[in-house]
Design a protein around this ligand. Sequence first.
Ligand SMILES: *[C@@H]1O[C@H](CO)[C@@H](O)[C@H](O)[C@H]1NC(C)=O
Length: 146
Amino acid sequence: MFSLLPIAALAILASTVSAQGCPEAARFGLLSVSPTTLSPGETFTVTANLTCAVQLGDTPTFLDYYIDGTATHAISGPVQIARRTYDSSTSPPVDQFTAVLPNWFYFADATYSLRMDNSFAKPGPTGVSVITVGSISTAITIDVGN
Ligand SMILES: *[C@@H]1O[C@H](CO)[C@@H](O)[C@H](O)[C@H]1NC(C)=O
């Protein structure tokens, strides 16, 4: 039993930073949005860099994008921005698209972010693939206009 501990420790070390220098934080992809301050109806560009997701074995099958909001009061949402199918042969491994911020009930006192859900397939204990989901978010500001 004790001999397993060093192996487990090495496995944890090895998984923190991959051979290509991909940090764990980039495991599901790196997400950016431009511009970062948006008004309802405004067009924006979303860029998901999936280089590290692919290198670490979390190559997306689907990518879903949402606006999340948090506040001291209830907020309805998340608001779906896009649902995309990812082609694993995409080179370079980037998912970039433009979207329009939907007209919805946004609040000046809320904090918003754009979230990407990376749904990827991994072999389960019997070897049959199972789709699991990892998320990454980036902060945005929504200008509610009052
Ligand atoms: C994507 O991320 C990788 C790893 O961090 C980096 O080397 C590459 O330049 C990035 N590509 C783009 C298009 O930002």
